[in-house]
Design a protein around this ligand. Structure first.
Ligand code: SF4
Length: 447
């Protein structure tokens, strides 16, 4: 790609996201500190470093003092703070197709460039091991195997048993809601999948112990697991407050706020961060402080956001709308924090159900979906979500096609005109509501 085209992409496709809460403004510093600390500790003799897929349970890594980097998360760092095209181009010249996950192309390009020190936030330190899961997509398995060959380090794939949403213990799914609208609910009792999951977790722990050369400190792991559960509980409580009208916190802030809970779940820092955030969200809720002066329509975001263009979320605010909740990292993603005993429950039915449930629970008038052809796992199901929302609830939705980090796949003019047309439809839909303009306050659970 020539320089002029490169510049054009960088300048035209970026709208920075605007956060509305004080606490979420801290995230940029937290992410910088995360990379600084890893760079510093990573230089100490004997320190083990792992590059992990996002769904890898973090608690065993923390208990073993393994420094973890998450290549998908680093893809978002490059997309928001750097020049994703720099690494994407290298990966494509190597032979990865443009149809492949943008995160995988960025990381592969970064490796092929020799882990350059001038990469955003100093990059990721060279790993001793690579760990990922079979969860959600097949790309990640092949991507990790390729990285293992390029970096010449051992790779461990944690196989997850994937089940349809269970309902009763799936936390985010109410079986009656789903069954009423014809979505199949999976079985609760599947001992063979639980056994399979346990065996695979045992293999994961054994792999960590072998690479680190020491046994797991079980007491420490239990303590970190308890701390993770507390963090998940606080995050769920925050999400309850977000159901209020007007919502005290939207997805523009929430996408930023996911970082500590997702990547550092059992830490004091995460606990303190979400405790501060909960206090701020609750105060805004009690004082009925919303994101826009008059909340005219409410939206759900389904899928991964376009990290190079987070300002898209704020664009709805210029017309009185708020993206209230997302289902990728928001309501559906907060499990109980027990890393060792639960088969993962996801798959197409679960994804459809989580968006339907979010529309109902958060009183939304429409859904915006990132339609990412480079992520088959999420792409295929979005159409089904769109059909279900319209057929079962009469709720309109909008599919926006682009990769999540490859800005060259984003067509700004087309996207903005489609959003403008969609807003007109949603505002009509919102007029059916009887809670506007002065809804009664609704409250989430207390302390
Ligand atoms: S974005 Fe999609 S394809 Fe890429 S790693 Fe995540 S689930 Fe897999």
């Amino acid at each position: 790609m020539n320089d002029a085209r490169d510049r054009e992409i960088k300048e035209s496709n970026r709208m920075r996201g605007k956060k509305h809460l004080k606490t979420t403004q801290e995230i940029s510093g937290i992410v910088k500190e995360y990379y600084r600390e890893r760079e510093e500790k990573g230089r100490q003799p004997g320190q083990k470093i792992a590059w992990c897929g996002i769904a890898v349970p973090k608690q065993p890594l923390q208990a073993m003092d393994v420094l973890a980097y998450y290549p998908e998360q680093y893809g978002t760092v490059v997309a928001t703070r750097g020049d994703p095209q720099r690494f994407i181009q290298v990966a494509e010249d190597f032979g990865l197709g443009r149809e492949m996950c943008g995160y995988a192309r960025i990381t592969t390009g970064y490796i092929l460039e020799g882990l350059p020190e001038d990469a955003p936030l100093g990059g990721m330190a060279r790993p001793d091991m690579l760990i990922t899961t079979s969860a959600v997509c097949d790309t990640r398995v092949k991507w990790w195997e390729l990285m293992g060959e390029l970096l010449e380090v051992p790779v461990f794939i944690l196989e997850f048993a994937e089940m349809p949403p269970a309902g009763r213990d799936g936390a985010h799914i109410n079986p009656e809601d789903m069954e009423n609208i014809g979505i199949q609910i999976g079985r609760d009792d599947a001992p063979h999948t639980i056994e399979y999951t346990w065996e695979n977790f045992a293999g994961y722990i054994a792999f960590l112990e072998e690479v680190c050369g020491r046994p797991t400190d079980q007491d420490r792991l239990d303590e970190i697991t308890r701390a993770s559960k507390r963090v998940s509980r606080i995050r769920r409580e925050i999400n309850e407050y977000r159901k209020n009208i007007p919502t005290p916190m939207g997805a523009a802030d929430a996408f930023a706020a996911m970082f500590p809970g997702t990547y550092l779940p059992g830490t004091k820092m995460a606990d303190e961060f979400y405790t501060r955030l909960r206090a701020e969200v609750r105060e805004r809720m009690e004082n009925r402080v919303g994101i826009v002066p008059e909340e005219k329509f409410r939206l759900v975001w389904s899928g991964i956001p376009f990290w190079y263009n987070m300002g898209l979320l704020n664009y709805f605010e210029t017309r009185g709308g708020v993206v209230v909740i997302d289902t990728q990292y928001g309501c559906a993603a907060l499990t109980s924090g027990n890393p060792l005993r639960e088969p993962k429950r996801w798959g197409p039915n679960g994804m459809v159900a989580s968006v339907v449930k979010a529309v109902i629970d958060y009183n939304c008038d429409g859904a915006v979906m990132s339609y990412t052809p480079t992520c088959r796992a999420l792409y295929i199901v979005q159409q089904e979500i769109q059909n279900t929302l319209m057929e079962e609830l009469g709720v309109p939705s909008l599919l926006l096609e682009s990769d999540m980090v490859d800005a060259s796949s984003f067509n700004e003019a087309q996207t903005m005109s489609r959003i403008d047309a969609f807003i007109e439809v949603v505002m009509e839909k919102a007029k059916e509501r009887d809670w506007l303009p002065d809804p009664p306050p609704r409250y989430g659970p207390g302390e």
